[in-house]
Design a binder for this molecule. Structure first.
Ligand SMILES: NC(=O)C1=CN([C@@H]2O[C@H](COP(=O)(O)OP(=O)(O)OC[C@H]3O[C@@H](n4cnc5c(N)ncnc54)[C@H](O)[C@@H]3O)[C@@H](O)[C@H]2O)C=CC1
Ligand SMILES: O=C(O)CCC(=O)C(=O)O
Length: 359
């Protein structure tokens, strides 16, 4: 099942639980805008290379659209669409004033030199600069991109619109980035795990952790688990496996924390749930990144930098509060954590949409 089919299925299930009107359901599902651009660049050897870039803006009922840009060979419009939609529910679960978007370029960043990556990022920015903006759509890093990528977008965007640090988050600190943003997704995963384990009478220090993916998110999460007495017993990277209906039955973990986006397909979800595995869903578990992106945007707009302690303290407060809200939805609708998070997010966006109206 592809990522979009799976995400739509989860959304429809949540809409049914909430009893949403079918017209509202359709309006929430269809993306606000889908952008597809050709990005041609001269390679270092003088040859021409053409890549396809996407920015899918899913919903802006609760505020400017927000979400990362990924550079990966398998980027395709359906996947970006699903990830954009997940951002809409994620920002609503986190209770931050944003909608959802996601972008990507189909490329292998490991096969491009720094100067090729810079040219590609600048060309992509030239093609989308009039459709993003501080109060319109604010990109951030995701798989295969980082603070340097954001610095190039900021520089290119500013050539058209004047110096605009708040147009991207996850920037280098020297360009207005926030202290704590680089570690934020991993730290948020740690806070989310702590909250879940506490519910089950357990703590980080008496648990073993196997981490799939060891880039920004996985490596910071591993560091925080280790520092708090957790035993990190396994780490897998790109050469590792995926979760799916063939191997879901072999998973021995009692808890799965979805630090990545859409790492479990619905068929595997069902198998794992039947085995009694507790899954903490992506739209909550990895929301620490976008939450600190929000703090970065606020700091840029305020023109005032926060101490790292304040960033981390506020992050913990947001993560705890969202967990409490998800549990309330689980109790109200007698559903699992994924549907607790989906109903929470979808309901908040539905309410905002209804309040704004369609005229
Ligand atoms: N960077 C951020 O702030 C946020 C990232 N995410 C999500 O977290 C996930 C990871 O993102 P980043 O750490 O930023 O990316 P990254 O590019 O820094 O690292 C990705 C890691 O995953 C590994 N990987 C790729 N395919 C794999 C597979 N099949 N099995 C095991 N490992 C595999 C890569 O080798 C690499 O170590 C993505 O799904 C992303 O959308 C979610 C929220 C925020
Ligand atoms: O920090 C952000 O704005 C977005 C991060 C992101 O792409 C995600 O949460 O999946």
């Amino acid at each position: 099942m592809n990522a979009l089919t799976a995400t739509n299925r989860n959304f429809r299930y949540a809409a049914r639980i909430l009893g949403l009107d079918s017209k509202l359901e359709r309006s929430l599902l269809i993306p606000f805008r889908e952008i597809k651009v050709e990005c041609s660049i001269p390679k270092d050897d003088g040859s021409l290379a053409t890549f396809v870039g996407f920015r899918i803006q899913h919903d802006n009922a609760r505020g400017p659209m927000k979400g990362g840009i990924r550079y990966h060979p398998e980027v395709d419009p359906d996947e970006v669409n699903a990830l954009a939609q997940l951002m809409t529910w994620k920002t609503a679960v986190a209770a931050i004033p944003y909608g959802g978007a996601k972008g990507g370029i189909g490329c292998n960043p490991r096969e491009l030199s720094m100067s090729e990556l810079e040219r590609l990022t600048r060309v992509f920015t030239q093609k989308i600069h009039d459709l993003i903006g501080i109060h319109r759509d604010v990109p951030a890093p995701d798989m295969g991109t980082n603070s340097q990528t954001m610095a190039w977008i900021l520089d290119e965007y500013s050539k058209f619109h004047g110096h605009s640090p708040a147009v991207v988050t996850g920037k280098p600190i020297d360009l207005g980035g926030s202290l704590g943003r680089e570690a934020a997704t991993g730290l948020g995963v740690f806070f989310a795990t702590e909250a879940l384990l506490a519910e089950h009478g357990k703590s980080i220090s008496n648990m073993k952790f196997a981490i799939q993916g060891f880039g920004n998110v996985g490596s910071w999460a591993a560091k925080f688990f280790h520092e708090h007495g957790g035993k990190v017993v396994a780490v897998s990277d790109i050469t590792g496996g995926v979760l799916n209906k063939e191997n879901a039955a072999d998973v021995k973990a009692k808890f799965i924390i979805e630090a990545a986006n859409h790492p479990t397909d619905p068929e595997a979800d069902e198998i794992l749930s039947k085995k009694g595995v507790v899954i903490l869903p992506d739209i909550y578990a990895n929301s620490g990144g976008v939450t600190v992106s929000y703090f970065e945007w606020v700091q840029n707009i305020q023109g005032f930098m926060w101490e790292e302690e304040k960033v981390n303290h506020e992050l913990k407060r947001y993560m705890m509060s969202a967990f409490k809200d998800i549990k309330t939805m689980c109790q109200t609708h007698n559903c699992n954590l994924r549907m607790g998070a989906f109903t929470l997010g979808v309901n908040r966006v539905a309410q905002a949409t209804l309040l704004r109206g369609w005229e």
